[in-house]
Design a protein around this ligand. Structure first.
Ligand SMILES: Nc1nc2c(ncn2[C@@H]2O[C@H](COP(=O)(O)OP(=O)(O)OP(=O)(O)O)[C@@H](O)[C@H]2O)c(=O)[nH]1
Length: 844
């Protein structure tokens, strides 16, 4: 510090800056010498400028005072506008001319009267007005009141006296040190005393002077108190004063020559109030009072000792209780007995309950014995840890090994597709009922409830259509999930909506499926209606194939409506197969089952109807079970598609549901959420509501996550391994197949991209090439547009939020996209290359 101060001093070369200032500045700037020097220089400059401007101001004020005496002549009709305030302008205006005139004026109020008059002076005032100054108070201070002026004058005189008094040398030995136990303990003010004009302005410099000063002070205070608190004297105090014959405090009774003892009388008449006495220790109050009274020369206490005075004062009740004597006795009796609380506590203590705390002497011995017993019991208590031991560091499980050594059933998801009202939900409800996943009572209830609202035929559909709106409208709106197990496989049904308004939901379901069940309404004209261009049969089949599903089971439903006709079955099959082949489904991967969801024929149980005896092949369940193997990479880095996020349950963790696309996950693992780029710890895993330490690709899981806020997770997000983060593409190239287009796709076309449960806005940046869909060879570079059925390579830009995406090569699930425009699916495809990435973790 000293070194810094010296450096600053040397740099400043300014003796006017004090050491303290330098120290403060150096400290303020953390010993930065340069900054301190700069600051102090600036400070000096400012101070000098201030001085100069103050000097200028005073000279200006002097000049203005001179100008004030100038005469301003206003010519009528010129309209001198102003804000209405008096202005002492030194500038001349065309309408105002100045003349040197005597201070005596013809107009007392000057030009300010006409300020703000827009139209100039009235004609009646067509005369010269002499400006003689602003509205200065005639009597100086306080605006002209002679009384107030006199008061101000007397105060000024007092101040002058006090100043003079202060300048007088005062012998310190005359001032007695204050002791708190005496009334003279009042600290003498260092500020000048305000004395009555009768008091000599210069007190004698003797011992008597102090007492006189104190007397004056007390008189002054008493006078003030009398002024301000005369109304505040309590009736109790007034009656006391009347009894004792004391006068109310009066300054007149105190002469300037009164000694200190007479000053004490002022104290003696200020007896402690009842309230104050009750608040203070009475012994202290008495001693204080007595010492004051002993020095008193008040005639009221003549011949009385201090104790006698105290007794006289306090020989009356301090508080007047609103009770009679009898009542007071009763109250006293009540307090002599133990309180009801004491009685209860003691009774508890006697029964071995908790120790009671009571003030009753009667129960003390019992209480003591109870406490001793309790202490003994406490000593004999021991803590036993019954909780499950949690290892400090969880052992990492080799999930691949654990899975292969486990006897877990294969998990398969299948999506149920088809035109609206094809009977998808009814078919699945029947399947669940026939495999025993739904009991007969539930179905009976659904039948009753559905009949009550006139939709009795929808009873089986209600197994999947759970929402009130879906049931009331008889239409599936969102993907319904349900599961059942056969002897070999654990199935999850994804019942997609058939209505064209809900195609995005159908895409979400289809993107999580291993294979598809396409339901066809074989009723007369119904199949044809669904198979037209505006029907959903074709669109669904194309979409599900585009999303990577290779295996498809066609359930030719409602065959009861065509009397189980083999002909109709064949007709449907022969019409559909060519289309499915064109869409990419091989014949070996496609199967047809004649059935009826309503009657249950050929769903789980083979039909025994003679009309259906022509069909000898597999039932729907047998077809489902025929798929015994699905290609899954459970050893790959984790990729889990989040389908739902919610908070709840017993834990405070965030819960997600989703499907593991690739890899595996285990409890205790840290995972990365994309696109938020936030990590989370896996607290628990459940598969089909059963807790599990790990899960693998293909499993539908519910996972509790900790160390993450719910705002960082959404349906459609991906949980992945932190070491292998999934990318979020900004621009990418894709190989797409154009669906039935009403208008061709061109460069700049705006589309919506669907990937799993994510939807984002995008734009076609470039049409790169048209390719042969069979050979994959480029047939045309940079086409100007794309038409229905064409396969092309395009570049797309995501203009909405970034979302997790990978090339199809890297991830079959994250590399598939669907493009839609105006509620119609216009194309579907696979991501070939990610051109630019936007993994900044931001989104709206
Ligand atoms: N006759 C007959 N009617 C059926 C059959 N299956 C379903 N239905 C009827 O078809 C109607 C529609 O059935 P849903 O199961 O709701 O059809 P859906 O395909 O799920 O309907 P969305 O999902 O809304 O497209 C209901 O009235 C059913 O009773 C069947 O096998 N035979």
């Amino acid at each position: 510090m000293d070194e810094a101060i010296t450096q600053v001093k040397n740099a400043l070369e300014d003796t006017a800056v004090t050491d303290a200032q330098i120290r403060d500045t150096v400290w303020n700037y953390y010993f930065d010498v340069d900054q301190s020097v700069n600051f102090l220089r600036d400070l000096r400059k400012k101070q000098e400028n201030k001085k100069q401007s103050a000097a200028k101001k005073s000279s200006k004020a002097f000049h203005e005072r001179l100008l004030f005496a100038d005469t301003v002549t206003c010519r009528p009709g010129t309209g001198h506008r102003s804000s209405g305030k008096l202005r002492q302008s030194t500038q001349s205006s065309p309408s105002i001319s100045k003349q040197k005139t005597p201070l005596v004026s013809r107009c007392q109020y000057g030009v300010s009267i006409f300020d703000g008059i827009p139209w100039g002076l009235p004609a009646s005032m067509n005369t010269e007005i002499t400006y003689c100054g602003g509205p200065t108070p005639r009597m100086g201070l306080l605006g002209g009141s002679s009384k107030l002026a006199a008061l101000a004058k007397s105060r000024a005189a007092k101040r002058q006296q006090e100043l003079e008094y202060q300048q007088q040398p005062q012998p310190m030995e005359d001032v007695q040190p204050a002791t708190p136990s005496t009334p003279s303990a009042i600290a003498l003010p260092k500020s000048p005393l305000v004395l009555d004009t009768a008091v000599p302005s210069t007190p004698p410099a003797s011992g008597a002077s102090v007492s006189k000063r104190l007397t004056s002070l007390l008189a002054e205070r008493s006078r003030d108190r009398g002024r301000t608190t005369s109304r505040a004297i309590s009736p109790e105090k007034q009656s006391y004063l009347r009894r004792t014959g004391s006068q109310s405090p009066s300054v007149s009774s105190l002469s300037p020559n009164s000694d200190l003892s007479s000053a004490s009388a002022v104290f003696s008449e200020n007896i402690p109030s009842s309230f104050a006495t009750s608040l203070c220790d009475s012994a202290f109050a008495q001693s204080t009072f007595s010492s004051a009274a002993s020095t008193s020369s008040s005639p009221a206490f003549d011949g009385m000792s201090a104790d006698e005075i105290w007794k006289m004062i306090t020989n009356k009740p301090l508080f007047y209780l609103p009770v009679t004597e009898k009542q007071a006795e009763e109250i006293a009796k009540n307090f002599a007995r133990p309180s009801p609380d004491d009685i209860i506590k003691d009774a508890q203590a006697t029964k071995g309950g908790t120790a009671s705390v009571t003030s009753s002497k009667k129960v003390q011995p019992q209480k003591a014995s109870n406490r001793a017993g309790l202490e003994k019991d406490m000593k004999s208590l021991s803590m036993q840890d019954h909780s499950v031991k949690i290892p400090q560091s969880r052992q990492k499980i080799n999930v691949v090994e654990a899975f292969s050594s486990s006897r877990r059933k294969l998990h398969i998801n299948f999506v149920v597709l088809g035109h609206v009202d094809a009977g998808k939900s009814t078919l699945m409800g029947r399947l669940l009922y026939d495999v025993g996943a739904i009991d007969a009572r539930t179905i009976e209830k659904y039948k009753r409830d559905a009949s009550n609202i006139g939709k009795g035929s929808f009873a089986f559909a209600w197994v999947l259509d759970q929402s009130a709106e879906e049931r009331a409208r008889g239409v599936t709106m969102d993907v319904a999930m349900n599961s059942f197990e056969s002897s070999k496989v654990a199935f999850t049904i994804l019942d997609a909506p058939g209505h064209k308004d809900f195609v995005p939901n159908m895409i979400a379901g289809a993107s999580e499926a291993d294979f598809a069940v396409l339901v066809i309404d074989s009723s007369p004209n119904a199949f044809e209606a669904g198979f037209t261009q505006s029907g959903q049969t074709k669109e669904h089949a194309l979409l599900v194939r585009s999303l990577g599903v290779q295996r498809i089971i066609v359930a030719v439903n409602k065959l009861d409506n065509v009397n189980w006709s083999e002909f109709r079955f064949d007709e449907v099959k022969e019409t559909l197969m060519p289309f499915l082949s064109a869409a990419g489904f091989s014949e070996s991967q496609t199967s047809f089952v004649p059935c009826s969801g309503l009657s249950g024929d050929n769903i789980v149980n083979r039909s025994i109807r003679p009309e259906l005896s022509w069909y000898k092949d597999r039932t729907l369940l047998e077809e489902l079970e025929s798929l015994t193997s699905v290609e899954r990479d459970i050893g790959a880095p984790l990729q889990l598609s989040v389908t739902d996020v919610f908070k709840g349950g017993s834990s405070s963790a965030i819960n997600i549901t989703g499907r593991i696309n690739a890899g595996n996950i285990q409890v205790g693992e840290t995972v990365l959420a994309v696109p938020s780029n936030e990590t989370a710890a896996v607290k628990s895993i459940a598969i089909a509501d059963q807790p599990n330490n790990w899960a693998v690709a293909g499993d539908n899981v519910q996972i509790a996550l900790s160390n993450i806020d719910i705002v960082h997770l959404r349906a459609g997000d991906i949980l992945c391994a932190s070491a292998n983060p999934v990318r979020c593409a900004k621009t990418f190239s894709a190989r797409i197949i154009a669906f039935q287009l009403r208008i061709p796709l061109i460069k700049g076309s705006n589309v919506l991209i669907y990937r799993g449960r994510t939807t984002e806005a995008a734009r076609i940046l470039r049409l790169v090439a048209v390719v042969d869909k069979n050979t994959g060879k480029i047939t045309k570079n940079k086409p100007r547009h794309l038409i229905s059925g064409q396969t092309a390579i395009v570049e797309l830009e995501v203009i909405g939020n970034s979302f997790p995406m990978e090339t199809f090569k890297a991830s079959k699930d994250l590399g598939r996209i669907v493009l839609r425009q105006d509620g119609n699916t216009v194309a579907a495809g696979i991501v070939e290359e990610i051109l630019s990435v936007k993994n900044d973790g931001t989104r709206d």
